[in-house]
Design a protein around this ligand. Sequence first.
Ligand SMILES: Nc1ncnc2c1ncn2[C@@H]1O[C@H](COP(=O)(O)OP(=O)(O)OP(=O)(O)O)[C@@H](O)[C@H]1O
Ligand SMILES: [Mg+2]
Length: 637
Amino acid sequence: MSTALRVLIVEDSESDAELIIRDLQRAGYVPIYERVQTAAEMKSALEREDWAIVIADYSLPQFDAFAALKILQENGRDDIPFIVAAGTMEEDAAEAMMKAGAHDYVMKDEARLIPAVQRELEVRRKYKQAEQAFHQSEQNYRSLVENSTDIIMRFDKEKRHLFVNPSVKGVLSLDPEDFIGKSHRELGFPSDEYIHWERAIQRVFETGKPFDIVLQSKREKGYVTIDLRFYPEFSEDGKIGTVLGIARDVTKERFTEAQLSHAQKMEAIGTLAGGIAHDFNNLLQAILGYGEIILLNKNENDRDFEKLQHIIKAAKRGSELTSQLLTFSRKVGSKLQPLALNHIIENIQTMMDRTIPKMINIDYRLSPNLLNINADASQMEQVLIDLVVNARDAMPRGGTLTITTENVIVNEDNPPPYPEITQGEYVQLTVSDTGHGMDIDTLQYIFDPFFTTKELGKGTGLGLSTVYGNVKNNHGHIICYSELNRGTTFKIFLPAIELLEKPLEKAAMEKPQGGTETILLIDDEEFIRDLGKRILTTFGYSIFTAPDGESAIELYRKQKDAIDMIILDLIMPGMGGRECILKLLDINPQARIVIASGHTIDGPVKDVVNLGARDFIHKPYGLRQMLKVVRKVLDKE
Ligand SMILES: Nc1ncnc2c1ncn2[C@@H]1O[C@H](COP(=O)(O)OP(=O)(O)OP(=O)(O)O)[C@@H](O)[C@H]1O
Ligand SMILES: [Mg+2]
């Protein structure tokens, strides 16, 4: 073993020092040494070098071991082993030296000195190692705590902060240091917040068990949801000395969860509402259809004319309601086409300006270089009207209605406000009012069908459900922000497409046209068969009817040359519409088949239409619509 050893020797005798060096050399060390005899020399030696060990004579002419040890301690270097190597062994002196902090007191002979040196160096080495390990582990934990996005705190029995990590910065605009020595109450947190903190900490001190709570906490930008966990920290005597608190901001997660369960709820209500609306459609179709037929044969002087008009009006209103429900449950088809959203707004601007009272100021902020969207124009108009009407109702004493359009990009730097929104370019429509706003309890139900806070007869609660369905139908997303007495903002995100102008067309009204062809009407519901028969025969057509697929096939096989067209209900017991259409085409591949259904053209209906049907009639059909489709299909070769 040959190890360099920096030795500081406090010794007046040159030869004694040399003896010590020789002993060390013999033990395998390579001593690099310096001999000092005075306090001044000792001080400067300590400043110059990092000594591994100090070996000091007990007393020197101008200096002694006590004074040397004191200098070492004053320099903060009492970690260096200090061994007194005295000429004589005196018990009292040895005891006093050890008390003063010397590591050992030995005689100046090799037999005693070397083992003492070896032992002290070893102790120091181990100590240093442990210190390093401790430092490392402390560093690890410090880094964990300091870099944690959770807020980590330690509280004493008075619920005052003993420690907080840097994450706390900015809470109530405070710095971490501001928390130390103060409780939440003393820091000026609102009382409905600090009460919960205090109770929770108190509880952990009392029970010795961890405790969790979730709190709403007011921050500069509004409320955040905080998940709080408290843990007892036991001191050596087994008592709870402090309580550790970990606070995590779960606002985003909670929001995502809420959105998800909201989406699921809307899905479920949609299915239910869609089912009811579909069945109602059939009933209304009968009322409306028969009503129209009777009315057609009467003139204005007839005593039943007005009553019939009432029946038809009521049935139409009913049909409007069911179609709103169908929109909500997304059971209506949309004609998506490239649109400039600004045009839609401009189109209905006059209408809006007329319906909105003067004391409401309308502020249009339409982006001049707005990207286009792929959307259904009339559905987008409907969305705007519903939102504007609601805003009007929310501002009975006036205010400002702002309609904004702008392009927004959702990417990593601009995360979406709604978890379902994927990255990409969007056109954002914002409708904002300064009205009475809503509380959180109202806000969570606004999109539900029939949810309204308006008095009986004033609102059906279908406005926003239709908005929701229309937005979804156009592949968009809608979010509502509202604060009581402050106002409400609806934001709609619609996927953008490239810039492309296309004017809107308005379908012109046409006169109903009849014909002389023969039509086979297949429907399992008797009143629908009768209704169809009445409408079509009134307008000159000849009709065969069949109540199910089986009898229709049989009839068609016999009469296929006489039948020019087939109207087929899609959903029937027994042989369904799908099988029926295939069999009909099997008999005559040229058969003109039109599908009639209360469901949308999308989804299952689309598949069947794709099997070879010529067109689609949406139930309930008015007289005009049915006649129009029939004529269109018959006229097409
Ligand atoms: N801009 C708004 N400000 C405040 N509350 C609103 C606003 N828009 C909607 N609401 C609330 O949401 C509820 C539901 O709105 P929705 O449009 O679906 O139905 P409605 O307006 O009550 O009736 P309907 O639109 O069918 O005539 C309203 O009754 C109202 O409480
Ligand atoms: Mg409304």
